[in-house]
Design a protein around this ligand. Structure first.
Ligand SMILES: NC(=O)c1ccc[n+]([C@@H]2O[C@H](COP(=O)([O-])OP(=O)(O)OC[C@H]3O[C@@H](n4cnc5c(N)ncnc54)[C@H](O)[C@@H]3O)[C@@H](O)[C@H]2O)c1
Length: 366
């Protein structure tokens, strides 16, 4: 349909852990329809396809189908660029899970390829389209805290090996708290404060081994080959400065996930890994007050980013319409790569990519 008729037909590639959340959204939104599923593990693809009235294909078969408008790329990060690229070559749109690609060079190539082919390219996370970050954005844009001057973004947890039965990848290059969780926080910061011009990072690792805490490998030691604590400063093009702490090395924290300070007040923003949550405002000298929900897709869930591209007209002649654009995914990836490079070199890293601050989302249920 390519937008006409108000539906986008999805070919899902990668039917693992996160696919269930997308499938729930696809089932409840008229804008989305699942037509085909592929996975290296055929039995996984078959199980999803059968349960959702779609067909099972291998990747080439899926890409050759006329009833696939967009490839929903839910593969592992190392395969993101390769699968996105194959989809674009087949003339399909793409919506890819985070991170946009395993590294900026590969991500830039994919984005250029999509722009040349004039196909839609969208990128997770779409949590920022929900009522949490969007209500904060509306308060910010209405001047409730004056001019924003700085922000803090904090994720401090003990690490996923306590509950994840195969946590190895979280402690290898491409994993770590920044690459794993950073996309939510950084996409929110760019949505709230605009693009980043320069980053300065510092990083460390508490231990060189972690011990698996659940499942059949309980007690097994796994090596740590990437920083498990990453911190840094982001200088936004608009002048605000954000401080970011992403850590698998902490015990506990009371810090708000994101706080924005301005000349007249402060905003506490809920967990950007979720779509909703309470936003609080403190005007200078006054107590904190909770703000009513005033913007964003109410009750949103993973997959709204694809629907938003459709509703915004990305399939009606201009693939750049809509909010969760590839440029945003690539910019966030460059911020993450820059923080890690800066931590290694001890020098600031200037961003080569930029992005327009995405349009706000008016309050709606989609
Ligand atoms: N699991 C989560 O809680 C979560 C949350 C948010 C985002 N994500 C992101 O979603 C993506 C997938 O994560 P997951 O947890 O579902 O991983 P997973 O390992 O459970 O599933 C990935 C699936 O992709 C398939 N696959 C890998 N390479 C492929 C290829 N080249 N062609 C076809 N299929 C291929 C695998 O066989 C597997 O079934 C990652 O980018 C991750 O960062 C995961």
């Amino acid at each position: 349909m390519n937008g006409k008729g108000g539906r986008v037909r999805i070919g899902m590639v990668g039917a693992g852990n996160i696919s269930g959340q997308y499938l729930k959204t696809i089932s409840r939104l008229d804008a989305l329809e699942l037509t085909a599923v592929a996975d290296l593990d055929l039995s996984r693809a078959e199980a999803v396809a059968t349960a959702h009235g779609a067909v099972t294909e291998d990747l080439d078969g899926l890409l050759g189908r006329a009833d696939v408008d967009v490839v929903l790329n839910l593969t592992v990060p190392q395969a993101h660029a390769q699968v996105s690229s194959a989809a674009i070559r087949a003339g399909k749109g793409v919506y890819v899970e985070k991170p946009f690609a395993a590294d900026v060079a590969a991500g830039r190539e994919v984005l250029n390829q999509a722009r040349r082919a004039q196909v839609v390219i969208g990128s997770a996370p779409d949590t920022v389209l929900g009522s949490g970050v969007q209500t904060a954005r509306a308060a910010l844009d209405a001047g409730r805290i004056g001019t924003p001057t700085s922000a803090t973004a904090t994720l401090i947890i003990p690490g996923h090996e306590a509950w994840h039965p195969n946590p190895d990848f979280y402690y290898q290059p491409g994993g770590g708290p920044l690459m794993d969780m950073g996309p939510y926080y950084l996409t929110a910061l760019v949505t709230l404060l605009g693009p980043v011009q320069q980053v300065i990072g510092a990083a460390s690792a508490l231990r060189d081994e972690r011990i698996i805490g659940s499942g059949p490998r309980t007690g097994e030691r796994i090596p740590v080959t990437t920083p498990s604590h990453v911190t840094g400063a982001l200088v936004h093009a608009g002048g605000a400065v954000s401080t970011v702490v992403m850590s698998f090395d902490g015990a506990a924290t009371h810090a708000a996930p994101i706080e924005i300070q301005g000349t007249e007040g402060a905003l506490a923003v809920p967990d950007p890994n979720h779509f909703d949550g309470t936003v609080s405002l403190a005007r200078r000298g006054a107590p904190w007050q909770e703000l009513p929900v005033s913007a964003g897709y109410r009750g949103a869930s993973r997959g709204y980013g694809i629907a938003d591209l459709l509703w915004s007209g990305a399939w009606d002649g201009d693939p750049r319409k809509g909010r969760s654009q590839g440029e945003l995914g690539l910019h966030v990836l460059e911020v993450m790569e820059g923080l890690l490079a800066s931590a290694e070199s001890g020098r600031a890293v200037v961003m080569t990519t930029t992005v327009k601050r995405p349009e706000p989302v008016p309050l709606s249920s989609g």
